[in-house]
Design a protein around this ligand. Structure first.
Ligand code: FE2
Length: 397
C-alpha cells in the first residue's frame, strides 16, 4: 500500500547529516548575581550535589563558577568578581539586562570544530572560536555560537585523539569544596536527565529561530502546535520543537500569539528584556517520589485546580491507556497528565525561580509518550495566568 512505500522512502533518506553527531545536553550555564548562593539553592531545594568549582582558589581571577549535578544533569552558575570583567562587559550587561538567567546551553558533540565551522559557514554568529583546553585529566575542545537573544550554544567535545576527558567537569575546574548536608537528611529527588529546554521569543520570531536550527545545525522539526490549540480565553502561543538527528536534544521554541490579554510569553520577554530560556524540563523515572521529595524540600509548584482531576477521573474509563500511578496521589502531588493511544506523560511546573517572572523548571516522566503536554496547555495556562494576574501583568495588549 501507498503508505508503507512512503515510509520506506522516508527511512531511506534518513542519513546522518554532514554536521556529525550530537550526544545531548552537556551542561547549562547560568549567569547570576551570586553563583555561590544560586548553586546552594539547587542543592537544597532540587537535590543537586556539588560537583566542580573554578574561582580565585583555582587561579581564576575573573569569574567564580559553581557546578552542581543531579543524575546526568549539570548546571553551572557563574558570577563576575569585578564590577566589569577584565576583558569586556558582557557578563555585567547580561546581568543588568536579563537578571539571573541561562547564558549557555552546551551540547556534547563528536567533533566541536566541525560543528562550529559548519554552523559558521551557514551563517551562525561566533560566540567563541574553537579552543583546546587541557589539564592533568586530559583535553576538551570547545566552540560557541549565538542562538536566540543573548543565549549561546557551546559545543563540547570530550573525546580528543581517542582519549576521553576524565576530570570532574572541564579542564581548569577542581572538585567542589562543599557538600550539602541537607542531601543526607532530605529525600532524594531522583532527577535523571534534561528532557528539553524551551526558548521564548517575540511574535514572529519562532519560524526564523526554528529555521536557524535547521539551517545551521541540521536539526529537524520534531513537533509543533499553534495558537488554535494553545490558547485560553485570554492568551495564546505557538510552539515548534527542534531536535537533532538522533533526537537526544529537543529545543522547543515559543512565540506569543494574539489574545485578549498579554501572553505569558510576552510577559517573559518583557521581564527578561529579550528572548531567552523559559524553562528546563528535567526527566525522572519516578515522578511520584521525585515530586514528593521536591515538595518536602520546599520547591514551589504551580497549583492545579481540583476540577482538572475531576475531569480526568471522568475521562479515564474511556481512555486506551492504563495509568500505573494512583490518581489520588497524582492529585495530591499536583501532577498534570497528557496522553495518546500509546502512552502518557506526567509533568508539573515550578513557579519562576527568580524575582523576575522568567526561568522555571518542569519535572517530567514519560511512559511511552513523546509529546510535550499539549493536552494540559489549557489548564496549565489558566494556572500560569492566575499567577501572571497576581503580578499585575495580565494586562490588555
Ligand atoms: Fe516543557
Amino acid at each position: 500500500p501507498k503508505t508503507s512505500i512512503t515510509l520506506i522512502i522516508m527511512e531511506g533518506t534518513k542519513t546522518r547529516p554532514e554536521i556529525g553527531r550530537f550526544f545531548g545536553f552537556d551542561h547549562v550555564l547560568f549567569w547570576v548575581g551570586n553563583a555561590y548562593q544560586a548553586a546552594s539553592f539547587y542543592c537544597s531545594r532540587f537535590g543537586f550535589e556539588y560537583l566542580a568549582y573554578q574561582g580565585l582558589q583555582t587561579g581564576e581571577r575573573n569569574y567564580a563558577t559553581h557546578v552542581v549535578q543531579a543524575g546526568k544533569i549539570r548546571f553551572a552558575f557563574a558570577s563576575s568578581y569585578g564590577p566589569y570583567e577584565h576583558k569586556d562587559e558582557t557578563m555585567a550587561k547580561h546581568l543588568t539586562q536579563h537578571g539571573d538567567g541561562v547564558r549557555d546551553i552546551a551540547f556534547g558533540v563528536e567533533d566541536a570544530v566541525k560543528v562550529y565551522e559548519t554552523a559558521i559557514s551557514r551563517g551562525a554568529k561566533c560566540a567563541g572560536k574553537p579552543r583546546t583546553i587541557s589539564d592533568e585529566h586530559g583535553t576538551v575542545i570547545l566552540a560557541s555560537v549565538h542562538t536566540y537573544g543573548d543565549t549561546i550554544h557551546t559545543f563540547v567535545q570530550r573525546k580528543v585523539d581517542g582519549k576521553e576527558y576524565t576530570g570532574v567537569f572541564l579542564p581548569g575546574f577542581k572538585e567542589h569544596f562543599l557538600k550539602d548536608p541537607l542531601n543526607e537528611v532530605l529525600p532524594a529527588t531522583k532527577l535523571d536527565i534534561i528532557d528539553h529546554i524551551v526558548g521564548n521569543g517575540y511574535e514572529n520570531d519562532m519560524v526564523p529561530t526554528a529555521d536557524w536550527y535547521e539551517k545551521t545545525l541540521d536539526f529537524h522539526r520534531f513537533w509543533s502546535i499553534d495558537d488554535k490549540m494553545m490558547h485560553t480565553d485570554y492568551s495564546a502561543l505557538n510552539s515548534i520543537v527542534m531536535a537533532d538527528f538522533d533526537e537526544v536534544i529537543k529545543m522547543p521554541i515559543n512565540e506569543p500569539a494574539k489574545g485578549k490579554k498579554k501572553s505569558q510569553i510576552q510577559e517573559y520577554c518583557d521581564f527578561y528584556a529579550g528572548a531567552g530560556v523559559q524553562h528546563l524540563a528535567l526527566k525522572t523515572e519516578n515522578i511520584i517520589d521525585a515530586v514528593a521529595a521536591l515538595r518536602k524540600r520546599g520547591v514551589d509548584f504551580l497549583p492545579i485546580p481540583k476540577s482538572y482531576y475531576d475531569n480526568f477521573r471522568k475521562a479515564l474509563p474511556n481512555l486506551n491507556i492504563k495509568v500505573q500511578e494512583d490518581i489520588d496521589t497524582i492529585e495530591k502531588l499536583g501532577l498534570l497528565i497528557d496522553y495518546d493511544d500509546n502512552g502518557y506523560l506526567l509533568q508539573l511546573f515550578t513557579k519562576p525561580l527568580e524575582d523576575r517572572p522568567t526561568v522555571f523548571i518542569e519535572i517530567i516522566q514519560r511512559r511511552n509518550f513523546g509529546g510535550f503536554g499539549a493536552g494540559n496547555f489549557k489548564s496549565l495556562f489558566k494556572a500560569l495566568e492566575d499567577e501572571q494576574d497576581k503580578r499585575g501583568n495580565l494586562t490588555d495588549m
